[in-house]
Design a protein around this ligand. Structure first.
Ligand code: SF4
Length: 727
């Protein structure tokens, strides 16, 4: 909390009579992942204004029209502020009490989970302790602490596999492209760093309208002399504000970027010292590796499975041999002349993308491609850098990963990664889509991208899992090659630290060396449990219940008719939201839907809090984590998503205690004590909410702490492997 004199000049304070005497709390805009910092002004028990925070390095006090509407989002007559229940076949909502709602929803979850719970995989006999007849779909504007509670309760406690959020639809392709390229599947630079750029190429994004406060930085760079380019099928406000606009056909980004790469290689415009020092261009690839010149498909393509499942070992480097006969380091050719070095293979791959050929594909002129290539090359090198910005115009294509990967190759050729003003800015959508991915509410990962154990012999025990459970290498040679490099020197070398620390955080004193730290209580994953698959399974009647916290899946699914039909096929649906959205009202308000009497889905509506009405943290597009304060009281009986989850968890744990069954041991052991300490004061002087969850305690657990001293650890390097012996 600040006083108004901290955030405004004395002159403004004097003139700003409306805000004089108001208390000020910090918040973060909920509308997009730029993560603009906000100030909420609170007076006489009421929120009176929301402004941009002038102290913030993200937005320096600015808010775009979306962020400026934060006040109206909160003080909104359309909010439903009472818990509501809709019975099967009914044509109306009934208002219910908080206790009735919690008891009934907990019972539905418990009964459904008991019906669908699988203890042993029938095929292998491996302990799996999973359940897939309930789904949980979180929002990507949920706070980090809320996402952690979701994952902990629904996966770690109940064994539910389909736990997802809307990041599945937006930037999955970014992670698949940037993570293997840079070891980091997110935005490489903060938007503010665009001030250091000499050229900024925006593709697949209408940045001026979708991320307005981030677009401020390229415009400032332009004032300093930077060249700005927009390549996009549409002429938008972004095009209008940039120096150059190149119009291309939708879905032709790879042809465009490949032609730029080809031109830069042909004319020798790439940054040779950088490429040799910081990329794998000189590395020799396995002689069996190849690709089809016409289709572009690599060897190992299996048309039957439509995947690269054949010949996995050819996707590797050639290695030197050590004197003892073991494999040594990957072979390199610093002259870049070896026909099987990465550089020559890249040249071969882009050879067909002449400016003329690509212009024909893209619907632009060859000179447009040459112009963009020249501008990028002129503004890259030892003393200049260029940056790329993209958003869902890249990611939401079936070839999204390949588009982004092509962009990454281009930036590495030009020496634009890891340098001020360079980089690739993956502009993310919702306020915490990055955090919801990192924590995460995504089916295949545990927090910090620890892979969820699989239904496989190699994951049957914790020891097996730590040897085989890594994410990247798939079927490659485990004795040496990339697998060995990744597990010995890469981040996977720390997997035992991460995994055992997580198990200790989730199961506390019950996680012991003797019981594999509770490893068997984690559900094991047998297949794809993504959001789209879960909706399809709901349509087939394989999912009985769905909890939707902070997402409107009746609108956001790629095929709304298909999605709405699937939702109406559920036995029960829980929607936790600020508004009675299309998902909550799918039983009566779908213009193409059946009559309410024909919809047998029970619907539970949990009214929730806005960002200003709860504490918590969000991670913006640059992975900057910002805390927001609870600065106003929520209306009616709205409660935060964390409150609902915490209270549901308490009831479910009580049911597990009562059952006494071995399969409920994980839920019984789950640490779930986040009661707000007696007398803990809200900084804005707001009264405590009965039954609220102490988000400081959740954040402390998420960060990790030394179990002897209780001190928070300073980073993942603070995890001590020697304290986590594994049998
Ligand atoms: S740019 Fe994004 S975070 Fe900033 S005010 Fe606008 S919507 Fe909010």
């Amino acid at each position: 909390m600040s006083s108004i004199t901290d955030v405004y000049s004395p002159r403004t304070t004097f003139r700003c009579t409306r805000l004089r005497g108001a208390k000020v709390g910090s918040s973060v805009c909920q509308f997009c992942a730029v993560g603009c910092s906000q100030l909420g002004f609170f007076k006489d028990g009421k929120l009176i204004d929301v402004e941009g925070d002038p102290r913030s390095a993200v937005n320096e006090g600015r808010l775009c029209p979306k962020g400026s509407s934060t006040y109206a989002l909160n003080d909104n007559p359309y909010r439903k502020v009472k818990p509501m229940y809709r019975a099967p076949g009914s044509d109306h909502w009934e208002e219910v009490t908080l206790d009735w709602m919690l008891d009934t929803v907990a019972k539905r979850i418990w009964d459904t989970r008991n019906k669908g719970f699988v203890e042993k995989d029938p095929a292998t006999g491996i302990t799996v302790n999973n359940c897939a007849n309930i789904g949980f779909i979180g929002g990507s504007a949920n706070d980090n602490e809320e996402c952690y509670l979701f994952r902990k309760l629904f996966t770690g406690g109940l064994g539910i596999l389909p736990v997802e959020n809307s990041a599945r639809y937006c930037h999955s392709t970014t992670v698949a492209a940037l993570s293997p390229t840079f070891g980091f599947g997110a935005c490489t630079n903060p938007p503010r760093d665009l001030l250091n750029s000499d050229c900024i190429l925006i593709m697949g994004s209408n940045m001026a309208e979708a991320h307005p406060c981030a677009f401020y930085w390229p415009m400032q760079a332009k004032k300093k002399g930077a060249v700005t380019i927009h390549v996009d099928p549409r002429y938008t406000r972004t095009s209008a504000a940039c120096d150059h606009h190149v119009h291309i056909r939708p879905e032709t980004d790879i042809a465009f970027l490949s032609a730029v790469i080809r031109y830069i290689l042909e004319k020798g415009l790439w940054f040779k010292e950088y490429v040799l020092a910081y990329t794998n261009a000189s590395t020799i690839i396995n002689s069996k590796f190849n690709f089809d010149d016409v289709t572009g498909l690599f060897n190992g393509w299996d048309p039957a499975t439509r995947s690269y499942s054949k010949e996995p070992d050819s996707w590797d480097y050639e290695y030197e041999m050590n004197p003892d006969g073991s494999r040594g380091a990957p072979k390199t050719d610093p002259t870049l002349q070896d026909p099987h070095c990465v550089f020559q293979l890249l040249k071969k791959q882009v050879e067909k993308y002449t400016p003329e050929a690509s212009a024909n594909i893209c619907g632009c002129r060859p000179c447009d491609i040459v112009k963009v290539a020249e501008l990028l090359a002129q503004n890259s090198g030892p003393d200049r850098t260029s940056a790329f910005c993209y958003a869902t115009g890249f990611t939401q294509h079936s070839a999204g990963s390949q588009i982004i990967r092509t962009c990454a190759i281009l930036q590495m050729l030009l020496g634009n990664i890891g340098r001020p003003g360079g980089g690739i800015l993956a502009l993310r959508g919702h306020s915490n889509v990055q955090g919801a991915t990192d924590i995460p509410t995504l089916f295949a990962d545990l927090p910090n991208y620890i892979p969820l154990p699989k239904v496989a012999e190699g994951n049957a025990t914790l020891k097996d899992y730590l040897a085989n459970g890594h994410g990247f290498s798939g079927a490659r040679n485990k004795a040496d090659g990339m697998w060995k490099l990744e597990t010995e020197r890469g981040s996977w070398a720390s997997l035992p630290n991460y995994m055992v620390s997580l198990l200790k955080a989730w199961y506390g004193d019950y996680a012991m060396k003797e019981n594999e730290y509770g490893f068997q209580w984690l559900p094991k994953l047998g297949g794809n449990e993504s959001l789209t698959v879960t909706i399809e399974r709901a349509k087939k009647g394989e999912v009985d219940g769905l909890l939707v916290f902070g997402q409107n899946i009746a609108v956001t699914n790629p095929n709304t008719g298909w999605g709405r039909t699937a939702i109406r096929n559920l036995k029960w649906l829980v929607v936790c939201d600020l508004f009675e959205n299309e998902t909550a009202s799918v039983w009566y308000a779908d213009p193409n839907g059946p009559k309410p009497s024909e919809v047998q889905t029970e619907v539970f509506y949990l009214p929730t809090n806005s960002c200003l009405e709860k504490d918590g943290s969000v991670s913006n597009t640059e992975r900057l984590m910002q805390w927001h304060d609870r600065i106003k009281e929520a209306p009616g009986e709205c409660r935060s998503d964390a409150w609902w989850t915490y209270q549901l968890g308490k009831r479910l744990k009580a049911m597990a205690e009562a059952s006494g069954l071995p399969r409920d041991e994980g839920l019984r052991s789950l640490t779930w004590s986040y009661d707000m300490p007696q007398g803990k004061q809200n900084e804005m002087g707001l009264p405590p909410i009965e039954g609220d969850c102490d988000l400081d305690a959740v954040a402390y657990e998420m960060n990790g702490f030394d179990m002897v001293t209780g001190k928070p650890i300073q980073g993942s390097g603070g995890l001590n492997r020697s304290k986590a012996p594994v049998n």
